[in-house]
Design a protein around this ligand. Sequence first.
Ligand code: SF4
Length: 422
Amino acid sequence: MTPQEAVAEASRCLGCADAPCIDGCPARNNIVKFIRQIAQENFRGAIRTVKESNVFAGTCAYICPVGESCEMKCGSKLDRPVKIGELQRFVAEYERENGFRKFKTLPPKNKKIGVIGAGPAGLSASFYLVCMGYEVEVFEAAELPGGILTYGIPENRLIPDVVKDEIEFIVQMGAKIKINSPVDDLNKFIDHYDAIFIGVGAYGSVKLKIPGEELEEVIQAQNYLKRRKIAVYNNQKPDIKLGSRVAVFGGGNTAIDAATCAKNDGSEDVKIYYRRSINDMPAFKDEIEYCKTLDIEIIEYMQPVSFQGENNKLKSVTIVKTKPGEVDQSGRQRPVMIEGSEFFIEIDSAIAAIGQLPTFENTDIVDVDKKGLILIDDETMKTSHPKIFAGGDAVNGGATVVKAVADGCKAAEGIDALIGKS
Ligand code: SF4
């Protein structure tokens, strides 16, 4: 958007008293205020308003499913929703081009917070805690900070430099990030800090558990996307070479990301097989549409039952058709395999993307649910441990980035409420 286009679009906003758009935003971004500031050509004020609840303003402006959140809510008020996402991207890009402005921080509280995981939740918590006057040290097990922003979401959805610049801003504000620093002994770690925030994500992958899954060309989507992004960061070719016929199994954004990357990296025939209906796919609707623009076919009511190989090389997959059964816990119809409907397809590579698993191990210190997700108090993000807070995918099993950012912000308020006055 040009400044003129941004002002014109912002001027369409009604400034609704009830502002349903804000209810549609997990970070409760003050959309009415930042759009009004754009309409007044106060672009600096607008980006500051966004960052008061979402320090990853630019990142989220690229990847938020606005059609299923803030803009969907706005649609009830106007013939066409205000382009909230594009307006947020406009002011975020304005700041990147004209220089980031630091936030004022409160006087030092002489208290130290340990943050485990430099993903969107951990870095969000770190930023708001630094603004509150805390000393913050962030421990990241990987080589680069950013978590799923760096190692997961492909560059066709999120420009790596946008993430780098927003992380650099958080470092400039005072958060100290230690990379290649996994926290092995949480008990010892706790003693060094007045409070802890855990934002370790959910990087485990749910296995298909079918014969032939051990074949080399059968890979997990998260692993493929991570190794691909590492190559992108090092300007190299990915070390995972996919064949021309690729089958992707799953219905979420990770499945779509894997399929679109495979296609963009040169695989001619890429198909997504999903065991429920397309309408039941958890992936963002915009991403499903993007698949169609790349001629990636999405085939519903299909489930893999085994892979066949020759000399340890993948040759084909046997698929069974499914039909919708009774409604399950997710509120969707459970897929039921149709006996005798098996058929096989010759493929060169298979990518499994059927779910994330939490990788948090210290389940003896904080309570977790039966899936291994950390249990928290929804208001404060506090865990069962008096000094430990948590948020992001480690708590919800895999939701949106803006939800992780919102968790981090809420946890910072929870920590400050607990130790800020003592
Ligand atoms: S719902 Fe739409 S018109 Fe109303 S305040 Fe939000 S962006 Fe503006």
